[in-house]
Design a protein around this ligand. Structure first.
Ligand code: MF3
Ligand code: CO
Length: 249
């Protein structure tokens, strides 16, 4: 069942998403060579707690930290710890905020210091792919319209598009129906309706689309060691337009 969000619900998710976006503004100022991923996690958690919100990933299915922090060949679900960021790394910060029960979900990938032109292009194209998808999140379109737009953009650059993980409905829970794949799929392809709220989240690699989970049962890495980027927004579907809910205001 795909749950429709009321105007009031969307307002709640927008408030949650605004705190999430502010958190990223803060994190952008601290991500630099020398910081550990755990320090970034602490800053994010304290930032949202001070705003009377909760980090929704903390404890979710046993996840031990507040932010999923994934470096270089790590695609998603990296666990913050003692790892130190170095000049030239790329790091993705995937964060979910719970404000009064309204969940927002967003991801940014950032350069650490000076990164290679190849890594710069990966970040740019992955973010562009997200926006190509968001443009299609309009009532009357279908889920596949989003998926295709993301996929086609990434494939122009011959990038790998991860298939094992997808976007999803969000708002009342972190993961709701429908799934939002980043590739052209078979099977159920729901029509998007006014009041759907979805997280669109391309996970794009410089090489293979094949990924594996490390022994810590969380961190997802590329099988060929190629670097990956991840961008995500929570988006409300409306008649005639898509509204990004995880943004500053
Ligand atoms: N925020 C992730 C997503 O985009 C999910 C994180 S899994 C968790 O779907 F366990 F860390 F919460
Ligand atoms: Co998500």
């Amino acid at each position: 069942m795909i749950r429709i969000k009321s105007k009031n619900d969307i307002e709640g998710i927008r408030d949650s998403g605004a705190i999430l976006a502010e958190t990223f503004e803060k994190l952008k100022t601290v991500v630099a060579a020398g910081i550990t991923t755990e320090e970034i996690d602490d800053i994010a958690r304290e930032f949202v707690l001070a705003r009377h919100a909760k980090p929704a990933c903390l404890g979710y299915m046993g996840f031990p930290k507040s932010v999923c922090i994934s470096v270089n060949d790590e695609v998603i679900h990296g666990i913050p710890g003692k790892r130190v960021l170095h000049d030239g790394d790329i790091v993705s910060l995937d964060f979910c905020v719970d404000l009064n029960g309204y969940i927002s979900d967003s991801t940014i990938s950032l350069p650490v210091g000076k990164i290679s032109p190849e890594a710069q292009q990966l970040l740019k194209v992955t973010e562009e792919a997200l926006y190509r998808g968001i443009e299609k999140a309009v009532a009357g379109n279908k889920v596949m319209d989003i998926s295709r737009a993301v996929f086609v953009h990434a494939k122009k650059y011959n990038y790998g598009v991860v298939r094992d993980y997808c976007g999803h409905g969000v708002g009342f829970h972190m993961h709701e129906e429908p799934q939002i794949p980043n590739y052209i799929f078979r099977g159920s392809n729901p029509k998007l309706k006014d009041g759907y709220v979805i997280a669109i989240e391309p996970m794009i690699t410089m090489g293979t689309d094949e990924v594996s989970v490390l022994d810590n049962d969380w961190t997802v890495v590329t099988d060929d060691g190629s670097w990956a980027a991840h961008f995500e927004h929570t988006v409300a579907v409306h008649e005639g337009y898509a509204e990004i809910l995880t943004k500053l205001r």
